[in-house]
Write a protein that binds this ligand. Structure first.
Ligand SMILES: *Cc1c(COP(=O)(O)O)cnc(C)c1O
Length: 397
């Protein structure tokens, strides 16, 4: 049998410490490895597989589209691009859409758009205020935007124009605002930074400050959007509307896509100022269109709210059973469990043994972001495996 893991070490750059499992197939909330072993997947391709693995509606449309039209130059009009843009606009507070290929590309574009706005309306202001423990992606500019030393330290000098301030602290944003500030960029819930929930009034406070100063509010909903937190977009829960929003992970069921959305007043690009070769191609947009349509037509966000509460309640029960769990936090199906010691890695491996995939977010934090289509029975199954895994760890610590 081919040793794929050995070949991986030979041929791929060493950018990720992989879990020793080679996945070959997925269906719904389950995946299979090369030996035919089945796992319940609570990582969901980093929160990408909203409708589960290989959802039939998406597989069908991708097959059909790949026999029809996969890619054109963006000089031409194409139908799926317009259909997805229309659906996004009709179901959000934003007016205009730009398509790229990934989350980080959407964020880069959002910052370019904000700088363009600054140049036109704010005397050339270009600085963007972002927060500590945020995550905005891996390009040099987004590493500068991402307020986490571990992502920044390997790469100096970083592009200028970003200020990282404390999250959940409106005052810190006020202090950092200068005549050079054109925007504030935030995640409504910090994902990679720890599943950190802001106070209910934080976003409204930031929104009011941006309005007072005439600067833009960019919400990075790449992880929190598309139903993940129990509403189609997380901003809906905080009673604010962003001027610019970015999406990616859950948009097209795993076909690469990134989206910038903006209010009319902030849609200031003119022809030639921004672009992408692959961005908005018919294949990705057709996958995005059926994914979003499915989420809306089946009220997936509403179901996420319910099953998310069921998951959180189950994890809270485990917290009462295992004193080394210090906190359960999150919203919808973006949930984290924090331990009082660095056992997340052992927990991941023990869950793997039991047939459950979970994500180590930090040395002492586990994250759960299963497909949005799971039911209570799958949550029960996951909690059962986790319970056993924690019992094993409890006997070791
Ligand atoms: C994953 C993520 C990104 C980066 O997306 P990529 O597609 O990996 O470039 C940016 N922001 C947030 C909030 C994310 O979760």
């Amino acid at each position: 049998m081919t040793n794929w893991q050995e070949l991986e070490h030979k041929y791929l750059m060493n950018t990720v410490k992989r879990i020793p499992v080679t996945l070959v197939k997925g269906k719904g909330a389950r995946v299979w490895d090369e030996n035919g072993r089945e796992y319940l997947d609570f990582v969901g391709g980093w929160g990408v597989n909203s409708l589960g693995h290989c959802p039939p509606v998406v597989a069908e449309v991708v097959t059909e589209q790949s026999h029809t039209l996969i890619q054109t130059s963006n000089q031409f009009y194409t139908v799926p691009q317009v259909q997805l843009a229309e659906l996004l606009v009709q179901n959000s507070c934003l007016d205009k859409v730009f398509f790229g290929n990934s989350g980080v590309e959407a964020n880069e574009g959002a910052v370019k758009l904000a700088r363009r706005y600054g140049k036109r309306y704010l005397n050339g202001a270009y600085e963007v205020i972002t927060t500590m423990n945020s995550f905005h992606g891996r390009t040099l500019a987004m590493v500068a935007a991402t307020g986490q030393p571990k992502f920044q330290e390997p790469y100096p000098p970083l592009p200028i124009g970003f200020v990282n301030v404390e999250y959940n602290n409106v005052e810190a944003i006020k202090v950092a605002t200068t005549s050079q500030t054109c925007a504030v960029m935030l995640e409504p819930v910090q994902g990679e930074g720890g599943v950190n929930m802001p106070d209910d009034i934080y976003l409204a406070g930031v929104r009011a400050w941006c309005d007072q100063k005439g600067i833009l509010l960019i919400l990075d909903e790449i992880q929190a959007g598309m139903g993940r937190t129990g509403t189609l977009f997380a901003y809906e829960q905080y009673g604010v509307e962003p001027d610019i929003m970015t999406l990616a992970k859950g948009v097209a069921s795993g076909v690469p896509i990134g989206v910038i959305l903006a209010k009319d007043k902030a849609s200031v690009f003119t022809p030639g100022e921004h672009g992408s070769t692959f961005g908005g191609n018919p294949l990705a947009c057709a996958a995005g269109y059926v994914t979003l349509k499915f989420i809306i037509d089946n009220d997936i966000a509403g179901k996420v709210e319910e099953v998310g509460q069921y998951l959180t309640a189950g994890l809270e029960k485990l917290r009462r059973e295992f004193p080394f769990i210090t906190e359960v936090r999150g919203r919808g199906l973006l949930v984290a469990v924090e331990f009082n010691r660095d056992i997340a890695e052992s927990a991941v491996m023990a869950c793997l043994d039991g047939g459950l995939l979970v994500n180590k977010l930090k040395s002492n934090v586990l994250r759960f972001m299963p497909p949005l289509i799971i039911g209570n029975d799958e949550v029960d199954e996951a909690l059962g495996i986790l319970d056993k895994a924690l019992h094993r760890l409890a006997s070791q610590v």
